[in-house]
Design a protein around this ligand. Structure first.
Ligand code: SF4
Length: 407
């Protein structure tokens, strides 16, 4: 029977190779070929022997999948990092850690997580906080909409769920800032619900192991990867498996220099066999980087400074910055030619997801209080004592300037 199974696996694999061409020849294609090709399936069903082979193939695939999961879990038990949000099924802590770690490395996110848990030990504490307090604690992590959503969701959990954080995948998806990945993580880690996580690490591990060449930014890829990830989930141990596959991607099958020579999947990995590690996963870049020039005007009078809260619906909403002149050299303006300049900072390059900001800070000392008040009123700015600025939530760009060139 074992030989029969092996033969069948090779028959399917070879058929799909010759049919689909070299690049498409992957275990992933072989596994799925029966389900995507009705004509091929009809061919197989023409005699009893083929039916037997078909079931053997399915059995083989299930076996392969469970071996994959078992190997991964064993690796995880031996190699996992000790992290404070692991081994605690409290969905509030899992949620905090997941939101903080989106687009953030563990080493950078860990101190933020610890500060949030200390300051807001329950979801009720977070809901009661002022938004500015949450933003201030978040300062430096970037993507501030995550912090605003965090706060909104905490309030929602208190209002609609009596302060009890939901754990069901379908319920979690209704909360602000919680997408399919975060909902799957919270549901599986807290209660073991059988839903597979799919983040950048999982895309990479699956694409490389099973030779999936679909662009991971496409809707089609999302479907394929979700289905594959779901099929790999072992019965009754989704929490550990989900953590294992993400940890394996983060520590071992890394984007650059994956540790292939010491890998548990070396004999079966498609990318290793075909030297496609750098090509997988496929990610087609579509977004163009926009370059913006900012001149920030720091208006000062004695120990007072003018700042402004960003009200626009943008990534810095709710944070404080200075009077902004964009895409115009301040020194070339009529106003700029007349002003007495206290100092000009070097240019700060600040990278956002789809933008590069080149930023200069110009300090302007206003001698007369009446002029200072007039500028404040005309430009809709707020007055702060120098000593008050530190406590305000600010983009990290502003915080860095203040720390290095102002105080
Ligand atoms: S062999 Fe290399 S590419 Fe394949 S899973 Fe292991 S580390 Fe990743």
């Amino acid at each position: 029977m074992a030989i029969l199974k092996l033969n069948w696996y090779l028959v399917v694999k070879r058929s799909s190779c010759s049919f689909l061409g070299e690049q498409e020849c992957s275990p992933y294609k072989s596994i799925r070929w029966l389900s995507i090709s009705p004509s091929y399936s009809r061919l197989i069903f023409t005699n009893f022997f083929s039916i037997t082979l078909l079931f053997c193939s399915f059995e083989q695939n299930l076996l392969n999948m469970s071996i994959f999961a078992d190997k991964l879990i064993l690796w995880y038990r031996a190699n996992q990092r000790t992290l404070p949000w692991r081994d605690n099924p409290n969905p509030y802590f899992i949620w905090l850690s997941e939101i903080i770690l989106q687009q953030t490395r563990v080493v950078q996110g860990l101190p933020y997580y610890l500060r949030f848990v200390e300051q807001f030990p329950t979801v009720q504490d977070l809901a009661k906080a002022e938004e500015s307090e949450v933003l201030r604690l978040w300062q430096g992590l970037g993507y501030y909409s995550r912090a605003r959503n965090l706060h909104t969701t905490a309030k929602m959990v208190c209002e609609k769920h009596k302060g009890i954080f939901p754990t069901q995948y379908s319920e979690l998806l209704k909360l602000k800032g919680i997408g399919t990945y975060t909902a799957a993580a919270i549901a599986s880690f807290s209660t073991g619900e059988r839903v597979a996580v799919l983040d950048g690490n999982v895309f990479r591990v699956l694409a490389r192991n099973f030779g999936i060449f679909e662009d991971i930014g496409s809707g089609k890829a999302k479907k394929i990867f979700t289905q594959t990830a779901q099929e790999l989930l072992p019965e009754g141990n989704s929490a550990e498996y989900n953590q294992a596959v993400m940890e394996f991607g983060a520590l071992h099958c890394k984007p650059v220099n994956p540790d292939c020579p010491n890998c548990i999947f070396q004999v079966s990995c498609y990318a290793f066999a075909h030297k496609k590690q750098q090509e997988l996963p496929v990610k087609i870049k579509k977004t163009k980087i926009r370059i913006r020039q900012f001149d920030y005007l720091v208006w000062e009078h004695e120990d007072k400074v003018l700042m402004k809260i960003r009200k626009e619906k943008d990534i810095w909403q709710g944070l404080y910055d200075f009077d902004l002149v964009e895409n115009m050299d301040f020194f070339e303006t009529d106003f700029g030619k007349k002003m007495e300049i206290k100092s000009v900072s070097p240019i700060f390059a600040h990278i956002l997801t789809h933008q590069k900001l080149n930023v200069r800070f110009v300090r302007l000392e206003i001698k007369e209080k009446a002029v200072f008040e007039q500028i404040k009123a005309e430009k809709g700015l707020q007055v702060f004592q120098r000593t008050e600025i530190e406590a305000l939530p600010k983009p990290i760009l502003i915080a860095n300037y203040l720390a290095n060139h102002f105080f």
